[in-house]
Design a protein around this ligand. Structure first.
Ligand code: SF4
Ligand code: SF4
Length: 83
């Protein structure tokens, strides 16, 4: 298995845990969530912060993430770089 396949398996596993589709801020434009993940990083259609379920998400806990509202503010990595 090459690195790209491993990355996509990891992404699939994270997307199964992702709570975005249950979130009031989620707006259905055929996205799959996972906005915290670097290769996805943010939404093209979500613009309004109504609530964020990320702090209850297993992906967030397992990775010790610090931020939230990834749909609007982009991935954990990108928000870290902003300071
Ligand atoms: S932390 Fe947020 S964006 Fe990332 S998988 Fe969980 S619910 Fe989705
Ligand atoms: S990143 Fe947070 S605010 Fe955005 S849809 Fe996911 S849970 Fe909701």
């Amino acid at each position: 298995m090459n690195a790209t396949d491993k990355d996509s398996l990891k992404t699939d596993a994270q997307l199964k845990k992702c709570l975005c589709k249950k979130c009031k801020s989620f707006s259905d434009c055929e996205e799959v969530g996972g906005y915290c993940i670097s290769t996805i990083s943010g939404s093209r259609c979500i613009t309004e912060e109504k609530e964020c379920l990320c702090r209850k998400c297993r992906v967030h806990k397992e990775n010790n993430y610090r931020f939230q509202y990834y749909c609007i503010k982009n991935s954990e990595e990108q928000q870290s770089e902003m300071g």
